[in-house]
Design a protein around this ligand. Structure first.
Ligand SMILES: CCCC(=O)SCCNC(=O)CCNC(=O)[C@H](O)C(C)(C)COP(=O)(O)OP(=O)(O)OC[C@H]1O[C@@H](n2cnc3c(N)ncnc32)[C@H](O)[C@@H]1OP(=O)(O)O
Ligand SMILES: Nc1ncnc2c1ncn2[C@@H]1O[C@H](COP(=O)(O)OP(=O)(O)OP(=O)(O)O)[C@@H](O)[C@H]1O
Ligand SMILES: O=C(O)CCC(=O)C(=O)O
Ligand SMILES: [Fe+2]
Ligand SMILES: [Mg+2]
Length: 338
């Protein structure tokens, strides 16, 4: 009698943990103890086991494509990133390769030389102080669950979402980060995004469509927004507008890890403050480059290559791959493919 009950429970848990077997979704979530009581190894599709993630966390990422870890980066570290960002904006330090981007509403009006004009800095891999973010052990421990032990920091950003100018251009359209990346497999890429202050709907938090990481890479274009769109802020052309949206409210230091196919964006900043977040996209060094010619990524390759050629004053043909090869930095293990 007892045995039959526990066998039924085991079956229930296994069905819950292996949704791809086609069993109906369950409403109750198994506890750690229940999962630990399962004798058969449980299969997870999107994470590797390094004894850090709990089965619940691995299950959550499999189903949703993101995982939020509270309080992962200290207030002191965030203060240092803030200070360095301010120095960069004031031109007290010059960082080779850094892209400083102003909001389209400001870029097209007067020029103000301070952080009020800067909507994000990108490619800070040569700035020791900001790049510390990408090498923090507590972040890399999580990253390894997605990428394995050989880890490349591919893309770095500090986003300083400005108070909206009234044109709604502080929004970031819904997109998949993989659109920008000519490397695969997607499952071995992950973004770490850390809130540098409390971020909620008022200042434009991340908005995600849970589960969309299980889909494919979609066609991206500039959204048809009246007030203008920032350069390279492509959005998914068509996505199911009825899918549930989750607003990720985060406190300072909270960090979200998310899959590069997860459809996400961010709302406009309705406050007077500059909403700050720091992020890094990591990939397994074992990933390989692909040629995006003939794919939906051709449009972004054209734009990125155009900007890179202007920036470095080169006219020789380069590819999207070349622009990533020079930006990627090994942060753990061995640099193999990328
Ligand atoms: C996982 C990844 C997800 C993402 O990365 S999504 C976002 C990707 N964003 C980027 O890659 C940042 C791209 N931005 C840049 O490369 C630069 O900021 C950009 C646009 C080339 C401008 O840099 P600079 O050339 O130094 O700036 P500039 O003041 O001399 O302006 C040159 C021309 O560009 C225009 N511009 C500047 N910022 C803009 C903006 N935010 N949106 C639209 N247009 C913008 C600016 O008006 C000027 O145009 P014009 O020559 O006057 O017609
Ligand atoms: N007309 C639109 N077309 C496509 N994407 C949009 C549109 N309006 C908003 N978005 C995107 O949806 C996400 C959420 O934006 P939105 O401005 O609705 O913020 P929000 O945080 O949901 O704010 P609110 O509290 O007003 O609902 C962002 O990625 C934004 O760029
Ligand atoms: O901080 C944000 O608004 C998110 C930006 C983002 O998703 C991106 O740059 O890819
Ligand atoms: Fe993104
Ligand atoms: Mg909204």
């Amino acid at each position: 009698m007892q045995e039959a009950a526990s066998a039924a429970r085991l079956g229930t848990i296994l069905r819950h943990l292996c949704p791809r077997t086609g069993a109906a979704a369950l409403t109750a979530f198994p506890t750690s103890a229940q999962i630990a009581s399962v004798k058969h190894p449980v299969e997870f599709h999107y994470t590797l086991d390094n004894n850090l993630l709990t089965p619940e966390q691995r299950h959550f990422y499999d189903e949703n494509g993101y995982l939020l870890i509270k309080n992962l980066v200290s207030g002191e570290d965030i203060e240092r990133f803030r200070n360095q960002f301010a120095k960069i904006c004031k031109k007290e330090v010059q960082v080779p390769g850094l892209i400083i981007m102003r909001d389209v509403a400001i870029a097209k009006s007067e020029f103000v030389l301070d952080q009020k004009a800067v909507t994000k800095v990108q490619d800070f891999q040569e700035d020791e102080e900001l790049f510390r973010y990408c090498t923090m052990p507590q972040i890399l421990k999580y990253v390894e669950c997605f990428t394995g032990p050989n880890i490349m920091a591919m893309h770095t950003m500090l986003i300083n979402k400005p108070p909206d100018s009234g044109k709604k251009s502080s929004r970031h359209p819904m997109h998949q980060d993989l659109h920008y990346f000519p490397f695969r497999p997607a499952d071995h890429i992950v973004c770490a995004w850390t809130a540098m202050e409390r971020i909620d709907r008022s200042n434009g938090c991340l908005v995600v469509l849970p589960g969309t990481h299980k889909g494919s890479l979609k066609q991206h274009d500039y959204p048809d927004w009246e007030g203008g769109v920032n350069k390279m802020y492509h959005g998914v052309r068509d996505y199911n507008k009825n899918l549930p949206r989750v607003h990720l409210v985060m406190e300072k230091g909270d960090t979200v890890f998310f899959h590069p196919l997860l459809i996400h964006g961010s709302g406009m900043n309705r406050t007077q403050g500059f909403r700050k977040a720091i992020s890094c996209h990591y990939a397994s060094a074992g990933c390989h480059y692909i040629d995006v010619k003939g794919t939906s990524q051709e449009n972004i390759e054209k734009e990125v290559v155009g900007i890179a050629q202007r920036k470095y004053g080169v006219s020789t043909p380069i590819t999207l791959k070349d622009t990533w090869m020079v930006r990627g930095r090994l942060v753990k293990g061995e640099r193999t493919n990328l």
